[in-house]
Design a protein. Sequence first.
Length: 442
Amino acid sequence: MTQSTPSTPSFSPPQDEGCVKVTYKGKTSKLPVLSGSTGNNVIDIRNLQNDLDLFTFDPGLGTTASCESKITFIDGDKGILLYRGYPIAQLAEHSTFPEIAFLLLYGNLPTRHEYNEFVNRLEEKSLLHEQIRNFFNGFRRDAHPMSILCGTVAGLSAFYPEGTDTSNEESRDVSAVHLIAKIPTIAAWAYKYSRGEPFVYPRADYSYSENFLNMLFARPDAPYKVNPIFSRALDRILILHADHEQNASTSTVRLTGSTGAHPFACIAAGIAALWGPAHGGANEAVLKMLRSIGSKENIPEFIAKVKDKNSDVRLMGFGHRVYKNFDPRASIMKRTCDEVLAELGEHDPLLELAMELEKYALQDDYFVQRKLYPNVDFYSGIIFKALGIPENMFTALFAVARTVGWVSQWKEAFNDPLRRIYRPRQLYTGPEERDLKGAKHN
Ligand code: SDX
């Protein structure tokens, strides 16, 4: 089947907006200021070392543009998130996850024909080689799903060598589709394996989200009917988690890709980075935090611990390196949470507690002064729990969604004329050269 994948947009050099002069020890370097289509301008510091023998210092890279990209734009002060220019609220309301995957991968929303062809490609690639089932047996039943996801994705290269060729756009597109199609199957099978239940295969008559729910919850002895409210909620959750500019895991994927490593290795590296509680692991950490608080009467005591610098307690699901206003995804997650719980006819005491906690924090100077607001993870755990997804699968679900962003950003890097291996420098504060002779004690 010929793929009508639209060409990836070519890179236009950023516009030059003048320059910044840096003078040091009597020498001056003129550093160009570059502007993109919107957002912050950047100082191009590539000549700084040649001109002044200086590096820049930016631990955590919070004010460093590591690349040029056309995929996702965030304005942290205004709480804006755009995928290829479209506001996240509109996409979450009116699009499907495969549509967003196409948009992030190829730059435009698909025509009806392109959409059907893309969905067929995903369905064709959603099965795993039968021998991959053996990977799971190598893990303990209580292995964290993220460890299985990380190990199995890296191992895909042994079964799909065609996906390891990064030499041309066509082969990179093949591996991108392989990964987007297979990641939900691997995640669902990791869950089934942990429960000792038989694996459920993807079905051609189910959508991406329906398949994921069915592979998680269907059993041979009990028919599973996908609730359309749940599959729609899951589709929206996947859309919200699909991409997010140069976050820690995406930067990991780009860095790994810059060495020429094949895409399965790059995505396995992204999964490993996402696993951390400061990043994608926060959704699981929020539920543990809510359970440890227990009731709204304990909120003041908990918040006092958070504000106590001697404790390393953080209000999980709050704060963000970029958003210094509401994370636009958090409000959509909260609304989706209300829909799912209404469908279940349930009220979850953890949701009530989360809302009380949010209200309390947003009135507290500590959080207001530091511009700490709920982020995408604050409510997501409560929805996942309502959908019947176990806590240790929350970050795996995040990884299923973010695989689309990771492969889109990984592919984009190959079309960047400035592409080169990541190799940051450092401010060295260790011992200067010294002679071993005087130091040895034996
Ligand atoms: C994600 O980058 C992305 O885009 C990530 C993500 C994506 O889609 O890819 O959006 C997904 O990872 C969301 C974030 C999920 N993590 C959490 O919810 C964990 C809790 N949040 C924090 O750990 C923290 O807010 C971070 C890690 C998210 C951001 O950390 P920063 O930008 O490095 O902030 P910081 O540590 O420099 O904090 C600045 C101040 C500090 O206080 P002071 O030293 O100024 O007194 O704010 C405080 C921090 O102690 N602070 C918090 C806090 N977050 C920051 N205090 C209490 N609770 C918090 N959650």
